[in-house]
Design a protein around this ligand. Structure first.
Ligand code: NFS
Length: 650
């Protein structure tokens, strides 16, 4: 046990975690404790200039020190940092895309009638995707169309030639730029393999060339693997629509069987949602002394089931160990990604069962109940039964009261409908409000939590500052959960926190100033929103013309690097906090922070201080507004009859 008082060990702005710290009910060892034990960290590793690609190393390569200027094979720090960075992109793109592939496999099995429990919920979107894929619709059956869409979708991951079909969704100018720059991706599998090849010892040593490949892989993630995951999930599970949910550890119920789903793929959790509402299961829970079954989620699986079912969110990435310390969770069900290896160890002090479900993700000490999409209901029943049977083993519980309501479910389609109306869905009102300056710009604030900054604190501070300055914020991932915990995703937040212009628009439409757009693969929804803004007109003819910026203030995962880079490669200024993995290589960092803007119109940036980060984002928005001539303000012109006639003549 650390000698500091428990409450000082944990650096979090989360109101529920603060309450737990005050009452002293926190695990013996947490990620914050382990992080402290890891200090001081190797600065070469932190700055991206440690190379362990071959066994002649590891080499610490530092251009500022004569002795360490080159690795054994002769590469310098810029090559080392570039190779490490594109490998991070490969890791992140692989995680998103393998998730997408899993969904595509379930989708195809469902279409063939081989996966009971799944169905086609959004036919409209199925038709849309069929058109994107040049699949005939005619009077063919839904099943036949779905089989073709699933087969084509699955094939895209391994597409050898490219470009992948969704690139066509980007503005024409952007497509031309990618072509000209040699950045049009083929299937994501091929792009990732090529990264691993090029970064093998003795292959690609040119940072610019390496980054071209990094861009291709990131784009294959954003406009490929991730977008496919989002689209197929929407077709199978329903495209999200706004609905009320609640968020934070207070959603756990003292007198019910608590099942927490944690991870990223919604295929199993969708079925668990249904099974946990089965009257027989509820009866069984009652027979064990509980009043019912309460389902909640952590990380992006939580975002997925919130968006589609209003299932409450228990917390984000850094809440996972704390959730177990409430003593109120019968089963924590894991699928893939962002799961702490410590969970079985933390759970061993409580009665919580840690259940892994994916063949790709097993943890020593956890119970493994493998998910099979062909028999998902059986898997889900096993899990729910195990949780119910565990209820009598519960000892003292310490559930904090803190929870907050939120509105989730703002898909790209919803924004379209909400702003334009169901029968004239359009981004026009958003564009017009950006043009007239009520809305200054749009910021995507996304990504993880990290122990290196105050948990949630940076997200909240950045987002509050942005909306105060009339920037509407689109969110996904753990960043969305951070802001939901403090009420920023409620329509009332507009009056309380937003600037006058943004508040006016939000109040007119009835939306919060901060919109929850889903999980991290759903960052593809933000790409779609950006493309729609360009298409609507009046804001330039490419994504890089838009007053749109991106940020991942508390990033930690390789997925965040892949996302960040597909935004940069799509033309968006993207800023991150906490740390940046190339600082030991100034020239390579310059390529990402400066030169890239000349190549793609987007660039990376870094800032730890949330106020400065928000200011930099607003400045970027203003630069774009000025370039579009919006700084002069659009005069309101009252059209007389002659002017109208002139318009009609055009
Ligand atoms: Ni995104 Fe979502 Fe959270 Fe970060 Fe992890 S859960 S996929 S990687 S930590 S936002």
């Amino acid at each position: 046990m650390a000698d500091k008082p428990k409450e000082e060990r944990i650096n979090s702005a989360d109101p529920a975690i603060k309450a737990m710290c005050e009452s002293g009910n926190i695990p013996e060892s947490t990620c914050w404790d382990r992080s402290k034990k890891q200090t001081p960290r190797c600065s070469f590793g932190e700055k991206g200039i440690c190379c362990r690609i071959c066994s002649m190393g590891p080499c610490r390569v530092d251009g500022t020190k004569e002795k360490l200027k080159y690795g054994v094979c002769g590469v310098d720090s810029n090559t080392v940092a570039a190779r490490n960075f594109v490998r991070m992109i490969a890791g992140g793109a692989a995680a998103h895309s393998d998730h997408g592939r899993g969904v595509a496999e379930t989708f195809l099995a469902a279409a063939k009638g081989e996966a009971p429990g799944y169905e086609i919920k959004d036919q409209q979107k199925l038709f849309q995707l069929a058109m994107d894929f040049d699949i005939e619709i005619g009077d063919r059956s839904i099943q036949d169309i779905a089989i073709d869409v699933g087969t084509k979708g699955l094939g895209i991951f391994g597409e050898q030639q490219g470009p992948i079909p969704f690139l066509k969704r980007a503005p024409l100018k952007r497509q031309a730029l990618w072509k000209e720059q040699g950045m049009e991706p083929r299937g994501v599998d091929r792009e990732i393999v090529e990264i691993m090849h090029r970064t093998h010892m003795g292959v690609d040593m040119d940072p610019v060339n390496l980054m071209k490949q990094g861009s291709r892989a990131a784009l294959a993630d954003g406009w490929g693997g991730s977008m496919l995951a989002t689209e197929l999930q929407d077709i199978m599970f329903g495209t999200p629509v706004p609905q009320l949910g609640s968020c934070n550890l207070g959603v756990l119920e003292k007198d019910q069987v608590n099942i927490v789903i944690h991870g990223h793929e919604p295929s199993l959790s969708e079925i668990i949602v249904a099974v946990s509402q089965d009257p027989q299961m509820i009866e069984k829970a009652k027979a064990k002394g509980a009043k019912g079954i309460n389902l909640s989620g952590i990380c992006c699986t939580a975002n997925e089931i919130l968006m589609r079912h209003g299932v409450p969110i228990a917390g984000n990435f850094l809440s996972q160990e704390m959730a177990i310390a409430t003593g109120a969770i019968e089963a924590m069900v894991l699928d893939v990604q962002c799961i702490f290896g410590s969970l079985p160890q933390v759970a061993s002090c409580y009665h919580t069962k840690i259940i892994t479900t994916n063949y790709r993700a097993k943890i020593p000490g956890a119970t493994h109940i493998e998910f099979d999409e062909h028999d998902a209901v059986t898997t889900a029943k096993k899990i729910v039964n195990l949780a119910i049977d565990n209820f009598p083993n519960r000892k003292d519980t310490h559930i904090p009261n803190e929870q907050c309501d939120l509105i989730g479910g703002f898909s790209h389609e919803t924004i379209n409908y909400l702003l334009g109306g169901t029968f004239r869905a359009s981004y026009k009102p958003l564009n017009e409000n950006i043009i007239n300056g009520r809305i200054r710009g749009v910021a995507g604030v996304v990504g993880c939590n990290t122990v290196k900054t105050e948990h949630d604190g940076v997200h909240i501070a950045v987002v509050k500052e942005l909306i105060k300055n009339d920037v509407i914020v689109l969110q996904t991932g753990c960043s969305a959960i951070a802001c939901a915990k403090v009420g920023l995703m409620l329509p009332e937040a507009a009056a309380e926190f937003a600037g006058e212009g943004l508040a006016e628009v939000c109040e007119t439409v009835g939306i919060p100033p901060v919109l929850h757009m889903g999980s991290c693969v759903d960052n593809s929804r933000i790409l779609m929103a950006a493309a729609a803004l360009v298409k609507e007109g009046g804001l330039g003819d490419d994504i890089s013309d838009l007053p749109v910026v991106g940020a991942a203030p508390e990033w930690m995962s390789e997925k965040a690097i892949s996302i960040g880079h597909y935004f940069v490669a799509s033309g968006v200024y993207t800023i991150v906090g906490s740390t940046f993995p190339t600082f030991g290589a100034p020239e390579f960092t310059d390529l990402l922070f400066k030169e890239y803007e000349k190549i793609t119109g987007g660039k990376w940036d870094f800032e730890k201080d949330p106020m400065v980060m928000a200011r930099k984002m607003i400045d970027q928005i203003d630069i774009k507004r000025n370039a579009l001539g919006l700084d002069k303000g659009k005069e309101r012109v009252l059209f007389d009859m002659a002017m109208r006639r002139e318009l009609d003549a055009v």
